[in-house]
Design a protein around this ligand. Structure first.
Ligand code: B12
Ligand code: SF4
Ligand code: SF4
Length: 267
């Protein structure tokens, strides 16, 4: 243990509280801390391949605004876009706070993208498993993390750092009441098998203008006659593809989390 780590571990409870106060002061809804040793996501990359000296993960939880309830698709999507921008800024500010105040090394984990496209939907750091390890909630039947106060209407980001901080206590209570409403509300049956989200069903539905949509469009385009190609460019589907390319993260389905009755308070 070097001098800085000794100094840092000497006052752990104060340190954790100070870090948490900083995060909550940014307007984040909740924050939890996990020692890297308590994080267990078997399919994700090993921490040694990301940040070998990482000791702790600080996980930030943000309540999704009411936009996701809107039947207007553009307004529904925009709530998430606002949240992504805010969460990126909080990630950066916390990382800099840790570096400036504690001479720590800190690395930000993205909300979603960039992601290793070779790994087919497995992120380098699983934020759901990180949130569970940091005492922010437990898995529900919809495979999302349910927070004791905010339910499943949360997104997470995280910071990895080389400060040795102890984990917050896990949520022991089973927050999912097994009502099955989430399963029934999924329009494509992606949650029919317990403990697994069927990516091939959910993914094309939540992002109809994502990678799969883009590939099918261009496949059809190259096989089409010039007149049909002109029509394809004028079609609304191409315009939506173009918009998704510049806006990114255009999620159009929130049913499993919106229907979950746990933690529906807006506060
Ligand atoms: C890729 C991805 C997807 C893929 C899924 C790929 C996949 N295999 O998981 C698709 C496109 C389908 C998807 C959909 C959605 N996603 Co998504 N997604 C991600 C991302 C970027 C990576 C996930 C990953 O690495 N998965 C692979 C590994 C970790 O999963 P796994 O080991 O197989 O574990 C799975 C199961 O075994 C199960 N599980 C594991 N342990 C346990 C234990 C118990 C008791 C139970 C019941 C289940 C369970 O849960 C996991 C889900 O299948 C994360 C962000 C991140 N960096 O973590 C966001 C993330 C998981 N997504 C999120 C959200 C909100 C969604 C959507 C609601 C879309 C939307 N409108 O926002 C849907 C919900 C689908 C659902 N009900 O599962 C949030 C979840 C927040 C929360 N409260 O939990 C995250 C964390 C983004 C964020 N920054 O907040 N997503
Ligand atoms: S996001 Fe929509 S499609 Fe995906 S699992 Fe939830 S309800 Fe089903
Ligand atoms: S809708 Fe019901 S079954 Fe699904 S996660 Fe929420 S409480 Fe659990």
């Amino acid at each position: 243990m070097n001098n800085r780590q000794l100094e840092v571990t000497a006052n752990l409870p104060d340190q954790k509280e100070r870090i948490k106060d900083f995060v909550l002061g940014l307007g984040v809804d909740d924050v939890g801390i996990a020692a890297v040793s308590s994080y267990n996501s078997p399919k994700s990359a090993k921490m040694e391949s990301i940040f070998p000296e990482a000791q702790s993960m600080i996980v930030l939880a943000y309540k999704e605004p009411s936009n996701c309830d809107s039947p207007n698709r553009q307004i529904a999507i925009n709530g998430r876009l606002d949240l992504i921008e805010f969460s990126q800024s909080c990630n950066y500010r916390l990382a800099r706070f840790l570096e400036k105040e504690y001479d720590a090394r800190a690395m930000t984990v993205p909300y979603s993208f960039p992601i290793d496209m070779n790994k087919r939907g497995i992120a380098d750091v699983s934020l759901r498993h990180a949130a569970v390890a940091a005492g922010l909630g437990s898995f529900g039947r919809h495979n999302l993390v349910i927070h004791p106060k905010h339910g499943a209407r949360l997104i997470f980001t995280a910071i990895l750092c080389d400060i040795d901080l102890p984990s917050d206590p896990p949520v022991k209570e089973n927050l999912c009441n097994r009502c099955n409403i989430c399963v029934e509300s999924c329009p494509v049956g992606a949650l029919n098998a317990a403990g697994k989200t069927d990516v091939d069903k959910c993914s094309p539905h939540i992002q109809p203008h994502g990678l799969r949509g883009t590939i099918s469009f261009w496949r059809k385009f190259v096989d089409s006659a010039p007149e049909e190609q002109k029509e394809m460019f004028l079609d609304n589907y191409f315009m939506e593809l173009w918009q998704a390319g510049i806006v990114k993260n255009m999620y159009v389905c929130f049913n499993c989390r919106n229907s979950c009755p746990v933690g529906q308070s807006k506060k």
